[in-house]
Design a protein around this ligand. Structure first.
Ligand code: PLP
Length: 278
């Protein structure tokens, strides 16, 4: 006689959990909202630690309120206890006290891959992290990160030097990778040209370029959030670093191309895969 399969035999396995530590963006274009869409697109399930609430509209940032650091730490510790988290991603941390608490908790979980998007300000220049917080990112979080993904502005601030050209970008990235002992993905997206090139730099000086045809679009909000969240999702699913980056660039490119046609009355979001009917 054949036994009926038990419930646990018929159920599919639990999803891969990616925990994001980020700020909410009321306009939905960046921050936690984008992280969640990108993580789902990458085939994992998002868990959320909220650091701040930002009030944003197409004209810009209206207000930012950071949550109490002790509550951010509580969210992080409770979720890490309750779920088998397979990757962590951080974006907007908001202030130095929160950055410090996050750094302390992450040192207690050294085995979990950690993607660090060093969000310092919005594309329009509104600050999302203070100076002491930036130092904590540089001194405590970068040495813990599996990968840090600075754009050119963030690289200039973290390396404390001007980045006038490609050579200066690679030189600054090399110093940071060697000082922190961890790889960096330098996002050359703001540099212009018909290709968008990102440089993966390892602490031992090895490097690899990821190149994609530039998408001509103003709908690029949250591009950095989406890229790092997609990489985190793939690491959570067991991809190696370079495979995860290749996947993330391709998937983001597909979304950017789809969004380029949409009129968002200003800069629209980069990462949406489901068609939205007018
Ligand atoms: N997180 C929040 C809450 C933001 O508002 C922003 C930018 O507006 C970012 C992160 C960074 O976004 P991006 O991916 O464009 O660097």
């Amino acid at each position: 006689m054949k036994c009926k399969p038990t419930d646990s035999q018929t159920r599919t396995p639990a999803p891969r959990y990616v925990l994001t530590i980020s700020g909410s963006d009321s306009s939905g274009g960046a921050g936690m909202q984008t992280d969640n869409r990108a993580i789902l697109a990458g085939g994992a399930f998002p868990l959320n630690v909220l650091t701040a609430v930002t009030l944003q509209v197409p004209a810009g940032v209206i207000a930012v309120k950071c949550l109490p650091a002790a509550f951010v730490e509580q969210q992080l510790r409770v979720l890490l206890q309750a779920y088998p988290v397979t990757a962590i991603k951080s974006g907007m941390l908001g202030n130095a006290v929160i950055a410090r608490r996050v750094a302390d908790v992450l040192t207690d979980f050294p085995e979990i891959p950690y993607l660090l998007d060093p969000v310092l300000r919005t594309t329009c220049g509104y600050p999302l992290l203070d100076c002491t917080g930036t130092l904590i990112v540089r001194e405590c979080l970068m040495p813990r990160a599996t990968l840090t993904t600075p754009n050119l502005d963030e690289l200039a601030i973290l390396a404390n030097r001007a980045i006038p050209d490609n050579d200066a970008m690679i030189a600054a990235g090399r110093v940071l990778a060697s000082d922190t002992g961890r790889p960096l993905l330098l996002k050359g997206g703001h540099r212009g040209g018909s290709y968008s090139r990102d440089w993966l730099l390892y602490p031992d000086g090895q490097r690899k370029v990821f190149s994609a045809r530039r998408v001509d679009s103003i709908n690029t909000r949250g591009t950095g959030c989406a890229l790092s969240a997609l990489i985190a999702a793939r690491l959570a699913r067991g991809d190696r670093l370079e495979a995860a980056i290749t996947y993330a660039k391709r998937r983001l490119g597909t979304s950017l191309r789809a969004q380029a046609q949409h009129d968002w009355r200003g800069a629209g979001p980069a990462m949406i895969e489901n068609p939205i009917d007018p």
